[in-house]
Design a protein around this ligand. Structure first.
Ligand code: GAR
Length: 191
């Protein structure tokens, strides 16, 4: 059973999908900590409702990234965390966490990377007028939504696609794909 920490900055619907998949037995993992850089984010409420400990911080309360990541790292190590799962965490991971968890940090992004990295991958795709976009799950490196790709799923845009209709499609894919891909990674490591 893998011990994982989920990092999120916002609504936390992907966190919820992971919580639900674990509860259903579709993902053999234990979320031992939810980390958020926004102390008022709804993802923290979801975590608390599921009985998961949380660590919330404000970057501006620390000297720099190394400083707050060292504090996070201490928390993760105390809990025996094996994987860091980014689910809408809108900060770049720095050297402290990258060096402590090599190839153990995974991110989900709402576009077909390398297209539309960074903020608002959905809006960027709409703006560009593409006929298809999608979801990418990848290992995290020091770049912005770069790093080796693990899985992608294509989503076709309708002619009259709106932001909310596309968001709905993207989230539906994310919520199905993330637990499935993580299960695959964790299971293949057990063998
Ligand atoms: C998700 O769509 C995720 O792919 C995206 O943030 C959203 C979080 O939604 N992540 C990124 O854009 C990372 N660059 P959620 O809080 O409801 O899970």
């Amino acid at each position: 059973m893998k011990k994982i920490a989920v990092f999120a900055s916002g609504n936390g619907s992907n966190l919820q999908a992971l919580i639900d998949a674990i509860k259903l037995g579709a993902l053999q993992a234990e979320i031992v900590l939810v980390v958020s850089d926004r102390p008022n984010a709804y993802c923290l409420t979801r975590a608390s409702e599921a009985g998961i400990p949380t660590f919330a911080f404000r970057a501006k309360d620390y000297e720099n990234k190394e400083h707050y990541e060292s504090v996070i790292k201490n928390n993760l190590e105390a809990l025996g965390v094996q994987y860091l799962i980014l689910a809408g965490y809108m900060r770049l991971i720095g050297t402290v966490l990258l060096e402590s968890y090599p190839e153990k940090i995974i991110n989900i992004h709402p576009s077909l990377l390398p297209l539309f990295p960074g903020k608002d991958g959905i809006g960027q795709a709409l703006e560009a007028g593409v006929t298809e976009t999608g979801v990418t799950i990848h290992y995290v490196d020091e770049g912005m939504d770069t790093g080796p790709i693990i899985a992608q799923e294509i989503i076709a845009l309708d002619e009259n696609e709106t932001r909310s209709s596309l968001e709905e499609k993207v989230h539906a894919v994310e919520h199905r794909l993330y637990p499935k891909v993580l299960r695959h990674i964790f299971e293949s490591e057990e063998k």
